[in-house]
Ligand binder design. Structure first.
Ligand code: 6LW
Length: 506
């Protein structure tokens, strides 16, 4: 296996990237599924240093993620795919001074598994740094992955119609009202005809180039291309497809696919795409965003430079300001009045009657994306004297079926490790009695192989409670790890301080 230093430009839970360049600054957006705020926006001026500057869905009034639940599909070979509803595969584009994002809200009914439907929506911003995005203009279409093309005076949307097959449709819309003016019409079934999705169209030298992801978002993932003289087709497939895939290689970066081309203002073409860092079958960070260059040949078709690592010229530096307001995430539709974040770093959570296994309801949970493959996260739980019916602690959370946490049960005076992965039949609970204290410290320490859970009293050394092999944390999934604090119980408030995420391992 190739071990190399290649790094994603956006590490940790950053799938389905889309990018646009506005006056020399690049803006990248990712899917965010069940997280609020949703649709994180990252910016860079040099394609090397990236910073999380905001989130396009940042007011609960914009849309509801109440039904962004998770569902599990078990394949014939026994492996499980874990899919989560919510915000899928946004596209970002800039036109005549306005920045647009088009996206899908996948609504999953946990009461009726398999019953998903989707709402397409468009939001816009005049000043992307101001983090003020409009309310969504919603339009119905049974699919995912919408993209936008501004073509002279017309605006086209390309989307993937889901169902038994995944195929690409095009329609003309009125962008201000979301009204369909022409179409939708089928324009391409795909090169492999397997999960043809993630379409984006680029106009170049009189051609409409249609970039798609195919093969499904896991090991068979790829990027393919077709072109046509008309946006309505017929599209001719490139005879050297796929443009890019990691399938069949032993590279560290696997599952590469779903991507977006862009130019840097100096005639260079690039592609940003998703991939995972995979070691011995584990990809603990979920799908992340990678960058590589694109070269057009004399026949007018592009080649994508491989993301290999050792000879990678592209450097990347991710600047995650942990204290920035943009970095904090909650689950689905949070009750923001239940959280108090003080300027000295103290965080108070009102306990929610529903806990981490719930796919609905406002769960008291707040955290940030894990950005480092190897590190330590710690927090101190204070004022723990009273035996109230509450459990509060530190957790590595992916979704309601998969999390691993260490917490304090106020009523039983126990520290409890709890880990579940219901997609892999893994469930473990380990209580440890503790003497009455005023404060407890929790620690999660991680690398690509193992995650370890510790606690300590105000004095004394860290006490090891449990180690989890990351193999039991990995599934074929859409989301990525969040390190968070939570409080579950009938009533009460949990007070935390010194929440430190992704510190270097000690
Ligand atoms: C997304 C699809 C995909 O809608 O995964 O990798 C889906 N590609 O295009 C969820 O992220």
């Amino acid at each position: 296996m190739e071990r190399c230093s290649v790094k994603p430009i956006i590490p940790g839970f950053a799938p389905d990237p889309s990018i646009c360049c506005i006056e020399g600054t690049f803006f990248l957006v990712n899917s965010s599924f069940h997280l609020f705020p949703g649709l994180p926006i990252y910016s860079s001026r040099d394609l090397i240093t990236w910073k999380h500057i905001g989130n396009a869905i940042n007011r609960p009034s914009q849309l509801s993620l109440k039904r962004a639940g998770t569902w599990i599909t078990t394949w014939d070979d026994g492996t499980a795919m874990v899919a989560t509803g919510g915000l899928y595969a946004p596209t970002i584009r800039h036109h005549r001074g306005v920045t647009y994002i088009i996206c899908t809200n996948v609504i999953h009914d946990s009461a009726m598994p398999g019953d998903e439907h989707s709402e397409q929506f468009i939001i816009c911003a005049q000043d992307i740094f101001a983090d003020k995005w409009s309310d969504p203009v919603v339009f119905p279409f049974p699919g995912i992955d919408p993209s936008l093309l501004f073509d002279d005076e017309k605006v086209y949307v390309q989307l993937c119609k889901t169902g038994v097959t995944f195929e690409i449709f095009n329609m003309e819309i009125d962008i201000t009202r979301g009204q369909v003016l022409a179409g939708p019409s089928l324009i391409w079934k795909g090169w492999s005809r397997s999960y043809t999705e993630g379409p984006h169209v680029y106009k170049k030298d009189g051609w409409y180039y249609l970039l798609c992801a195919e093969g499904g978002t896991f090991q068979c993932h790829m990027l393919t291309m077709a072109r046509s003289r008309s946006i309505w087709g017929p599209f001719e497939a490139y005879d050297r497809n796929p443009l890019s895939t990691a399938n069949g290689t032993n590279h560290y970066i696997q599952h590469t696919g779903h991507g977006d081309f862009f130019q840097d203002g100096q005639e260079n073409w690039w592609v940003v795409m998703l991939g995972v860092r995979k070691k011995y079958g584990r990809s603990i960070m979920g799908r992340e965003s990678f960058l590589t260059s694109v070269v057009w040949d004399d026949d007018g078709w592009p080649s994508i430079m491989p993301i290999l690592g050792d000879n990678q010229k592209i450097k990347s530096k991710f600047d995650q300001s942990r204290s920035s307001r943009a970095a904090w995430v909650y689950l689905r539709d949070p009750r923001l009045e239940d959280y108090h974040m003080y300027s000295d770093g103290q965080i108070t959570l009102r306990a929610s009657p529903v806990g981490l296994t719930s796919s609905e309801g406002a769960i008291s949970f707040v955290g940030q994306r894990q950005r480092e493959l190897k590190g330590t996260s710690t927090v101190t739980l204070i004022n723990i004297g009273d035996p109230i019916p509450m459990n509060a602690g530190l957790v590595l959370y992916k979704d309601e079926y998969r999390f691993w946490g260490i917490s304090y049960n106020f009523r039983n005076r126990q520290v409890v490790f709890e880990g579940i992965n219901r997609a892999s039949s893994y469930e473990m609970k380990q209580p440890v009695p503790v003497s009455l204290e005023k404060a407890l410290n929790f620690k999660i320490s991680y690398n690509e192989d193992h995650v370890r859970f510790f606690f300590k009293n105000s004095q004394g050394p860290w006490q090891f409670v449990q180690a989890v092999d990351t193999a039991v944390m990995t599934n074929f999934d859409f989301t990525g790890p969040i390190i968070g604090i939570f409080a579950e119980g009938d009533h009460g408030e949990a007070n935390f301080k010194n929440f430190i995420i992704d510190a270097p391992d000690d």
